[in-house]
Design a protein around this ligand. Structure first.
Ligand code: C5P
Length: 235
């Protein structure tokens, strides 16, 4: 097994960045399992800020400072823990799950994602976890901004069509239906917003390895990442 050849000494951060639906979270989970490290889904922390903002103010735009203040005055109420390598997020002892993934919420994330104080909250949490655990982290700016010094940076990409197909399968949406094309528009819009925002836009770090996953299986991608990490450790 190649994973036996990977040596894991803190800090150990594998950054997996890329657009929505590129397979990052599935790949990240499988890779974390394979090399026996924790997995951080940074998007779910942005989702948590958005969720708390929506439940508190019913809107995000214009409330970003207040949302950051809620978290900054009670940062320990946001807990990210690992059970069998699965990430769980708690806010004030409530476990958050599916409520973080509605389309309505997803459309509002852009406001917290483009707000420096909100991004700082997410980055503080992630950096703190990485002090204690070796981690695979998926996101948009992990290799470019959050951990610019990690040697293990990957940018996972896939065609818009393939990314829509994957997301549709997760959500049980049939291909080429109205819901399918809505999803495709939503993904394309989100890519555009993530790539063009003023703070920490989605982009490939100069030293990241680019991988188009459109025609690769999950296992092929994971094995390619493992091989690349082993190679970097030998260099
Ligand atoms: O990964 P996921 O689709 O759950 O991310 C939701 C949103 O959170 C992204 O579209 C992006 O706006 C934001 N995000 C970010 N930086 C990250 C992770 C997610 O801005 N590192």
């Amino acid at each position: 097994m190649p994973s036996r050849s990977i040596s894991v000494h803190l800090p150990f951060v594998v950054a997996l960045d890329g657009p929505a639906g590129a397979g990052k979270s599935t790949i990240a989970k499988n890779l974390a399992n394979e090399i026996n490290v924790a997995y951080i889904d940074s998007g779910s922390i942005y989702r948590t800020l958005t969720y708390i903002g929506l439940t508190t103010f019913q809107s995000i735009e214009g409330f970003e400072d207040q949302i950051a203040a809620i978290f900054n005055t009670n940062l320990e109420a946001l807990r990210i823990i690992y059970t069998n390598q699965q990430q769980e997020i708690y806010w004030n002892n409530t476990l958050l799950g599916e409520e973080l993934h509605s389309l309505a919420l997803t459309k509002q994330i852009k406001w917290v994602a483009n707000h420096a104080a909100c991004r700082d909250i997410v980055n503080q949490k992630i950096r703190h976890i990485a002090l204690t655990y070796p981690v695979v982290i998926d996101g948009r700016d992990i290799g470019s901004i959050v951990f610019p010094n990690t040697p293990y940076k990957f940018y996972l990409d896939a065609s818009l069509e393939e990314r829509t197909r994957r997301r549709a399968a997760e959500k049980n949406i049939a291909e080429n239906t109205e819901a399918f094309f809505d999803l495709q528009n939503n993904i394309a819009q989100r890519d555009h917003t993530d790539q063009t925002r003023s703070i920490a836009p989605l982009k490939q770090a100069d030293d990241a390895v680019y991988l188009d996953t459109s025609s690769l299986s999950i296992n092929q991608v994971v094995q390619s990442l493992v091989a690349s990490i082993i190679q970097k450790q030998k260099d």
